[in-house]
Design a protein around this ligand. Structure first.
Ligand code: UTP
Length: 413
């Protein structure tokens, strides 16, 4: 589309400020702006702004019920071994890929560069990417087959991520075994509903949340490529849990054995009001309910054994059957709104300004669960498998993660 059509379209939606600096741009900059504007789904942005206030009301009334869980923490050794061996066999046949979601901006951590390049201060100074790669090397050696590794980036960190792997010789995992793909981006808005500019010729965009995963995989044509390689299951995790068991054979064995097409790891929350989402069923379908949404009497409810009925916390670690994952790429999920401090271009001067309450929009992967008939929840031990790196200091920081990592990996760190 050329300038007149795009300008008209923007005007129809009250977004003509995007062109405030058009006349002073170079030809190259004009091209960038026109492409950016062409890629905006104006209807979607308008709807998101309209619905800013009523997302929660829609879901609050839907009936909430517990979801069954398999407790791996109380499983006998024999059963663990049986499941582990089953998983290892499937891994050895090359049927499961590992996928790391590394498209986030890591704003809380404040690290410049992709979060996966962060050094949590181990004696070896391994980055988060290298920690995950070490896990993959170990499990690949056991299975006798290199687990294919897919890494979701964003347009903001893609180049830096790939360069980091190149510089580190792909941690000797083999370039051919690692695939990078960028996730979809979505514009940010101010409180008046204006789509923002990052500078005079670029729309301010951010990654569209971890829920953008399946559609981004599809856009990159990766489901087909995975199938060509004989992959039928996808292990999914975030980049910032340095105790994640990459391509965990036990977890895979659970999927195979249980007959579920999707499984999720959980651990039991520490306190009734812990700030984390928990697994449940809502309107009969599996989902995660946020701590802000669960009624207090349900958050506090315990079973006869004294365990929280709504206590299985979402670890952001799943395995999906590839067909199910692909079907979720087509599902229209609802965006969540995050109110954030944003750096953007002032519409009058083009200078960078900070707005304290901008709107960013994110899809959450767990929203897709409501499309599933069943979800196998697999309860693990928190201290063995969960050491998130979210903040520079204090809770869930490099310091706390380092301590936990070194307690587990005594020999090699
Ligand atoms: P978080 O929700 O903790 O976000 O991501 P973040 O970007 O790492 O950190 P903050 O909130 O800005 O401080 C959990 C996982 O989901 C990935 C992240 O990279 C992390 O592995 N993620 C998040 C994406 O891949 N894409 C996104 O758009 C958002």
């Amino acid at each position: 589309m050329a300038l007149p059509e795009l300008l008209n379209k923007a005007k129809t939606f009250g977004q003509e400020k995007l062109f405030n600096f058009y006349e002073e741009l170079t030809d190259e900059q004009k091209k960038i702006l026109l492409t950016d504007v062409q890629n905006i789904d104006f209807n979607l942005m308008q709807d998101l702004f309209k619905n800013l206030t009523n997302t929660k009301e829609e879901t609050a009334e839907t009936e909430i019920a517990p979801i069954p869980c398999t407790d791996a923490t109380s499983m006998c050794e024999e059963e663990r071994k049986r499941l582990y061996d089953k998983g290892l066999q499937v891994l050895g046949e090359g049927k499961m890929a590992a996928l790391t979601m590394a498209g986030g901006q890591g704003t809380r951590l404040g690290h410049t560069g992709p979060k996966g390049t962060y050094d949590i201060g181990l004696p070896s100074h391994k980055s988060l990417f290298e920690i995950q790669c070490c896990g993959l090397k170990e499990v690949s050696a056991q299975a006798g087959c290199k687990v294919q590794w897919y890494i979701m980036t964003s347009h903001i960190n893609h180049k830096d991520t790939v360069e980091f792997f190149e510089k580190n010789n792909y941690f000797d995992y083999g370039k051919e075994n690692i695939t990078f793909f960028p996730q979809t981006m979505i514009p940010a808005m101010d409180r008046d509903g204006n789509i923002l500019l990052e500078n005079k010729y670029t729309v301010l965009k951010s990654p569209n949340g971890n829920g953008g995963l399946f559609a981004s995989l599809k856009n990159a044509g990766l489901f087909e490529k995975m199938r060509d390689k004989g992959i039928s299951r996808i292990f999914i995790c975030g980049i910032d849990n340095c105790l994640v068991k990459m391509a965990d054979p036990l977890f895979l064995g659970f999927l195979e054995d249980s007959g579920h097409k999707a499984v999720a790891k959980s651990f039991i929350k520490r306190t009734a009001d812990e700030k984390a989402g928990v697994f449940c069923r809502r309107g009969g379908k599996p989902t995660v309910i946020e701590y802000t949404e669960i009624p207090l009497e349900l958050a506090e409810l315990k079973d006869d054994a004294g365990v929280w009925v709504y206590g299985d916390t979402n670890v952001l670690n799943y395995i999906f059957d590839i067909d199910v994952a692909e079907s979720l790429a087509e599902v229209g999920m609802s965006y969540h709104i995050a109110v954030k401090k944003l750096n953007c271009a002032d519409f009058a001067t083009g200078e960078t300004v900070v707005i304290p309450n901008g709107y960013k929009f994110e899809l959450f992967l767990f929203d897709a669960f409501s499309q599933l008939d069943s979800l196998g929840v697999f309860r693990i031990e928190r201290k063995e498998e969960f050491a998130p790196v979210k903040n520079p200091t204090g809770v869930d920081s490099a310091e706390s993660a380092r301590e936990m990592y070194m307690a587990i990996h005594k020999e090699e760190n």
